[in-house]
Design a protein around this ligand. Sequence first.
Ligand SMILES: Nc1ncnc2c1ncn2[C@@H]1O[C@H](COP(=O)(O)OP(=O)(O)OP(=O)(O)O)[C@@H](O)[C@H]1O
Ligand SMILES: [Mg+2]
Length: 258
Amino acid sequence: MSKVIAVSNQKGGVGKTTTCFSLSASLVEMGFRVLVVDLDPQSNLTLAAGLDYDELDKTLVDLLDSHSQNSAVASEQFIHQTSLKGLDILASDPRLARVERDLYEQNEYENRLSKAISPLKNIYDFIVLDCPPTLSSLTLIAFYAADEILIPVQCEYYAAKGLDLLLTIISTMEKRRNQTIPWHLVVTLFDPRNKIHRTVYDQLQYNFSDHLLETFIRMDTKLRECPIVGEPITVYAPNTRASEQYRQLAQEINQRVK
Ligand SMILES: Nc1ncnc2c1ncn2[C@@H]1O[C@H](COP(=O)(O)OP(=O)(O)OP(=O)(O)O)[C@@H](O)[C@H]1O
Ligand SMILES: [Mg+2]
């Protein structure tokens, strides 16, 4: 049975997509079968995986549409392989912006993704969801499908402040699901020479010691180059510090979700 991890933060550009893809590739290196799901109409994860959404016959949009019509569909047919064996993707395309609006009008839409990926849980060890930088219907369906939530956070003043709102949403969702959903913070884009980064890191440790993961991801320009070549960091630059840090994150996540 898969563990489903939603990678989310409504703050833009904090490293959600990079973390989703690099973590998943590291889990594949450990021998796990992993599916990544692109829940962002910007389709950054799809592009980072080297796919062109204009050339894809089916994406997550078609899977969610077919579930809204209550038709029995084989979810596997919507999946694409990436260049990394063992890492598959449910891709996104810009039509997802329409789905984001339409979902609000539909009854019990919160469980739409959970139902759609349910048959896939027998195939993969991990399903990792890349959420958009909004607290929209797409983030909500990810939270309702998730066993765990991973929150990439940058050690900047506003980024840490924005956590309050996200944690309130998670707590409301937990009450509605009548279930506790473990959540973890991972610091990204960290620069140890930056005094503000060090100060905010200490504050996160003080306020969220049970949730803050030991692994943090430092700034590394190699991570910016990966989407251009359509490969995860562990393939593009396997011997870099960034690759090692994402491998360490995968080990820590695997320990925590057991
Ligand atoms: N550790 C890092 N070091 C250097 N650059 C990074 C790092 N992590 C991510 N980046 C770069 O920062 C930018 C934003 O990262 P990413 O797209 O992963 O963030 P995001 O939270 O998914 O953004 P959005 O909110 O738009 O979905 C990208 O250009 C990415 O390549
Ligand atoms: Mg993103």
